[in-house]
Ligand binder design. Structure first.
Ligand SMILES: Nc1ncnc2c1ncn2[C@@H]1O[C@H](COP(=O)(O)OP(=O)(O)OP(=O)(O)O)[C@@H](O)[C@H]1O
Length: 333
């Protein structure tokens, strides 16, 4: 399994346009700092999938990565984007997103006044008022051929996402509601898009219009294997593979006992437990009180969400039992 050491993505030729920074966060859809996992673990499955996704993008088709929370969708998307070697624009879906956030908006007026009173008897005055607009991140991306990662796109309202229909099919970005003569921007040949989403049954997620889904190559991501998860956790938290295996096995056993399937605690919870335990020199041992409390704090809520009203106590019982099982060498499937 490959382990890549990555610099922050910002250094990977993924700088956002200075102009947007100067608009003081007006374009809330864009973040100007984000990081690819510092220690990116590339299991064979991940590498093969990323290579295929790259082929699809290079052939001009957008890719959509979907799967439960924490299976690595954003990480894959950033990794694939970094392979394309073009600037990256990152958009986060949210229910408040509006066209202006992506296309830009009027930010005021410029005013020019010329008064010519050189000859006292003649008074000449000219005034010009111009609307000032700032292009939004999507216009820049489309014009300059960036790779756009639209993370959690189903958290934006479906009507908001209509914009992408013509970008992806007709290769033009229509500029609705503008007074300028040009009413669309042609899409640069180097432009490509990677979408990510959680399944439709997740809270806060909107149904996607079929027309958009029809344009995307949708790839379902499954959880990493326990061995892969252990390697990721050991790299991220800088702990031994044995300790990482124990934490990952514990989280998996808890998820299994709680019947959470795809939706229970996963890789993120394991990374949290491992990082905090390492930082605070808490032994990775189920007999250790501090370790038990840490696991309960992190795992109780995601486990109890699926349980009945007695959730909290039931969840803690499940966690305690899972600790014993994993300590006794019983592994989750
Ligand atoms: N291959 C990997 N190498 C290193 N770290 C990884 C890898 N895959 C995932 N991670 C780490 O696991 C955590 C979850 O990954 P990520 O945020 O990509 O998941 P996601 O599927 O996009 O989750 P969500 O749907 O909740 O946004 C992150 O901390 C990420 O850095």
């Amino acid at each position: 399994m490959k382990i890549l050491k990555f610099a922050p993505l910002a250094e990977l030729n993924c700088v956002l346009e200075e102009r947007f920074r100067r608009t003081e966060g007006r374009f809330k859809a864009v973040e100007n700092q984000f990081h690819l996992a510092n220690d990116l673990v590339v299991p064979p499955y991940f590498g093969a999938l990323a290579a295929r996704a790259l082929q699809y993008l290079q052939a001009g088709f957008p890719v959509h990565l979907t799967g439960p929370s924490g299976v690595g969708k954003s990480t894959y998307a950033l990794y694939i984007a970094s392979q394309l070697n073009r600037r990256v624009t990152l958009i986060h879906g949210n229910h408040e997103m509006a066209n202006d956030d992506l296309l830009g908006a009027a930010i005021g007026f410029s005013h020019k006044k010329t008064v010519d009173n050189y000859i006292r008897t003649v008074y000449k005055k000219e005034e010009e008022i111009k609307k000032l607009r700032v292009d939004g991140p999507l216009i820049e991306a489309v014009k300059n051929g960036h790779t756009v990662i639209y993370d959690e796109f189903t958290r934006s309202r479906p009507e908001m996402n209509n914009l992408f229909l013509s970008i992806l099919e007709e290769k033009v970005l229509p500029l609705y509601g503008r007074t300028e003569k040009v009413s669309y921007v042609p899409v640069h040949p180097g432009f490509s898009m990677i979408f990510t989403s959680n399944p439709a049954e997740y809270a806060g997620v909107f149904q996607t219009q079929d027309a958009l889904l029809d344009r995307l190559i949708t790839i379902h991501l499954d959880r990493y294997s326990l061995e892969e998860e252990a390697l990721i956790v050991s790299e991220k938290a800088e702990i031994s593979q044995e300790d990482a295996g124990f934490v990952v096995g514990l989280v998996a056993a808890v998820r299994e006992s709680a019947g959470n399937g795809n939706y229970g605690p996963g890789l993120r919870a394991a990374i949290m437990i491992a990082t905090i335990a390492k930082r605070n020199q808490i032994p990775f041992h189920s007999d250790d009180e501090a370790f038990q409390s840490l696991c309960k704090d992190i795992l109780t809520y995601p486990v109890s969400r699926n349980l009945s009203l007695s959730g909290k106590h039931e969840a803690q019982r499940i966690i305690q039992e899972a600790m014993l099982r994993v300590t006794n060498g019983e592994t989750a499937t």
